[in-house]
Design a binder for this molecule. Structure first.
Ligand SMILES: Cc1cc2nc3c(=O)[nH]c(=O)nc-3n(C[C@H](O)[C@H](O)[C@H](O)COP(=O)(O)O)c2cc1C
Length: 211
């Protein structure tokens, strides 16, 4: 198979729902999408820690690994506490997930060979890379990882005992994709893969265009 044919095959495989890539990419990038309906399937520690393992290998400035994760599995003692800090809109659907994870970043690290901690300007950026790794591994393993910014920051900080200088980046609901019918009707319209703006509005050669 020639290069052009390979690319076309990738492109066809990479079409998911309304999602079509304009450039050839691995299908995983379109297959991952944030559904809200979950089956009742629980997640084992083995499956959950495979996702944390993927996150662990994310790149970070100076290999500082600023990401931290606080999790609870459904029906565990900590579950109600983690669920309760989500905004009501998220509690409704995330309550059906198999696990909840809060992604936290530590803004300071001690560079190799130094004794004093220093501030990282990329702790959030690096934690984002770790969350993305977790989400893509989840998709590869047949799980959905759905990020959430909708939580009460103060309540989460207290409930999770987050150190004062750490930043709570996001929450993540992890579960096995279910039928939209198991969600209240107001969630049905959002239960499909969405699209993206054109790449020409995102990527600029040399500089931003004049405004
Ligand atoms: C940091 C972050 C915060 C988000 N917050 C919420 C949220 O509070 N509630 C929700 O239902 N979805 C939330 N989402 C999901 C986004 O709406 C979703 O990722 C986006 O529409 C792109 O869709 P996709 O993930 O299916 O590709 C969040 C996603 C991220 C990464």
């Amino acid at each position: 198979m020639g290069m052009e044919e390979t690319r076309l095959t990738d492109r066809l495989e990479a079409a998911v729902g309304h999602r079509i890539a304009d450039h050839p990419i691995a299908p995983i990038f379109l297959n991952r999408w944030s559904s809200r309906a979950f089956t009742s399937e629980p997640i084992s520690d083995e499956a959950l820690f495979a996702l944390f393992e993927a996150a662990r290998w994310a790149p970070s400035a100076y290999n500082s690994q600023p990401w931290r994760f606080v999790y609870a599995k459904r029906d565990s003692p900590a579950w109600p506490k983690l669920l309760s800090v989500l905004v009501p809109y998220n509690q409704v659907w995330a309550g059906g997930a198999a696990a909840l994870v809060f992604v936290v970043s530590n803004p300071t690290f001690t560079p190799a060979g130094k004794s004093e901690p220093t501030l990282s300007r990329s702790a959030s950026f690096d934690a984002g890379a770790a969350w993305a790794s977790l989400a893509f591994q989840a998709c590869l393993d047949g799980w959905v990882a759905h990020g959430m910014g909708g939580f009460d920051e103060g309540a989460a900080r207290a409930a999770l005992n987050v150190p004062a200088d750490h930043r709570i980046e996001a929450a993540v609901a992890i579960g096995c994709r279910g039928e939209r019918a198991c969600l209240p009707e107001r969630y049905h319209a959002g239960e499909a893969p969405n699209s993206r703006r054109p790449i020409s509005e995102t990527v600029f050669e040399g500089a931003f265009p004049p405004s």
